[in-house]
Design a protein around this ligand. Structure first.
Ligand SMILES: [Fe+2]
Ligand SMILES: [Fe+2]
Length: 232
């Protein structure tokens, strides 16, 4: 897919890739763009247009990841965006997925033990993910901001390895859950309810993978650079 440019209409962003709807909301952008271009809307909202384009293009084209450009942005911008994404996961996506799962459970007439197992698996996954987001919000992001703003290392450390490991763990768990449902679960539920739940799960997986890609490749690289500089 062709990449978005600053002179493109903001409306074309949504008509070409509606998955970007929640992404633009994270920047405080809402519908009703009229004929305005991406650059015009960004300027009005005081958003760095290059950063906005790097994010929406990363979400749109899987092979696009402008690592050098991302590394040139301030960590304040990156962290602000990542934190907004966490809030979207915690306040909207996870409760929504849970609601859809409950609907699937309610639609099961009898012999629901394997569905109950899926539910237990999901609950475990959710608590691990919430702990991961909390660690980033409460420890990792403040650590990086402190490095950047005050140029000091904290004795607590950066949690970089912990974060990288946790990304692998949550990714594996989510794809295990999807595999269980797609390959092994006996179809003892209402189809539409299951399709809605599974679609939401798969969409979440995409969003989460992009999110982790920014954290692993950009944020962590920045931390290593900062730490090296300070330890000189
Ligand atoms: Fe995160
Ligand atoms: Fe993360």
């Amino acid at each position: 897919m062709e990449l978005f440019r600053r002179e493109d209409k903001m409306s074309s962003l949504i008509t070409r890739n509606y998955n970007l709807l929640p992404v633009i909301n994270r920047f405080g952008i809402r519908l009703g763009f009229k004929e305005k271009t991406i650059a015009e809307v960004c300027q009005e909202k005081n958003i760095d247009t290059d950063f906005f384009l790097a994010i929406v293009n990363t979400y749109t084209d899987e092979s696009y990841f402008p690592e050098a450009e991302f590394l040139s942005f301030s960590p304040v911008l990156l962290i602000d965006y990542l934190k907004n994404t966490h809030r979207y996961y915690i306040n909207y996506v996870l409760p929504k997925i849970e609601q859809l799962l409950n609907k699937v459970m309610e639609s099961c007439p009898d012999n629901c033990s394997s569905l109950k197992m899926i539910n237990t698996f999901y609950q475990k996954y959710k608590s691990e993910l919430l702990l991961h987001l909390k660690l980033e919000d409460e420890k990792v992001f403040p650590y990086i901001l402190n490095l950047y703003e005050n140029k000091t290392l904290s004795p607590e450390g950066s949690f970089i390895e912990v974060i990288e490991n946790e990304h692998t763990n949550v990714e594996v768990k989510l794809s295990d859950l999807e595999n269980l449902i797609i390959r092994h679960l006996s179809p003892n539920y209402e189809d539409n309810a299951m399709n809605e739940f599974l679609t939401a799960l798969l969409q979440f997986e995409n969003d989460l993978n992009d999110h982790a890609r920014i954290e692993d490749h950009i944020l962590i690289t920045k931390v290593i650079e900062f730490e090296k500089e300070l330890k000189k």
